[in-house]
Design a protein around this ligand. Structure first.
Ligand code: DC
Length: 220
């Protein structure tokens, strides 16, 4: 199996790019952030105190998270319910970043993610894929972009969806999530030494996809 790991901060374009490259090359795209988001949705629904690791850890066992594919699209299942349409809100984004610091949550995800990569050629994106989930990946990419560029992308996305949006609030939010993702004790976001770094600030989506597909073809 060929395993490709893509890590990087929120808003760097990981999922858009990984999805395209996986489709072009016939790999399975695994969006690990969506799994943390499903866990966050469970915790919000069950009234967990998101700032209390003990409370979250006590509830982890009741959340059954799985991934299935329908027409090549990843569906995240939470206790049998497809929650794809419920996990992209700002509330769940922030909650996901909080539940992701909890060791018991990460252990559960790790087992699931490793298992998927064992069975399929995957492009898996997240924060700790190259460092913790797939340390022996055939190719590791660290995809990043400046805070300003990432905030502007999010702002445009929101405006296109007709959602009211505040650029400064988005920037603050991105900085807070970066800080939490990069400084947590458990599997923090970091660029491992054997990762290829790509800064997408001044690149189009197609340019980044072409670059990554080129790197994958070299190892295939
Ligand atoms: O990539 P995303 O924004 O959908 O991820 C949601 C949150 O989950 C993010 O704040 C960090 C966390 N996450 C993580 O800790 N490890 C991963 N492999 C993927 C996501």
């Amino acid at each position: 199996m060929i395993n490709v790991a893509i890590d990087g901060p929120a808003g760097a374009g990981k999922s858009t790019i990984a999805k395209k490259a996986a489709k072009d090359l016939g790999f399975i795209y695994v969006d690990t952030g969506a799994m943390f988001r499903a866990m966050a949705l469970y915790m919000v629904r069950s009234g967990a105190d998101l700032d209390n690791s003990g409370d979250i850890a006590a509830k982890v066992g009741d959340a059954d998270i799985d991934i299935v594919y329908e027409d090549g699209i990843q569906c995240v299942m939470l206790n049998g319910e497809n929650v794809n349409g419920l996990i992209r809100t700002e509330e769940i984004s922030n909650a996901a970043s909080k539940v992701a610091v909890v060791k018991e949550v990460r252990q559960k995800m790790l087992v699931l993610q490793k298992d998927i990569a064992k069975k399929h050629d995957v492009i898996m994106d997240g924060r700790d894929i190259g460092s913790a989930v797939l340390p022996d990946a055939d190719l590791k990419i660290y995809l990043t972009a400046s805070v300003d560029v990432r905030a502007m992308r999010r702002y445009k996305e929101n405006t296109e969806k007709g959602m009211a949006s505040d650029l400064d609030a988005i920037k603050t939010d991105i900085r807070e999530r970066d800080e939490r993702d990069m400084t947590r004790a458990e599997a923090p976001l970091t660029k491992v030494p054997d990762a290829v770094e790509i800064d997408s600030s001044d690149m189009t989506i197609d340019e980044v996809v072409a670059k990554i597909e080129g790197l994958i073809r070299e190892i295939r």
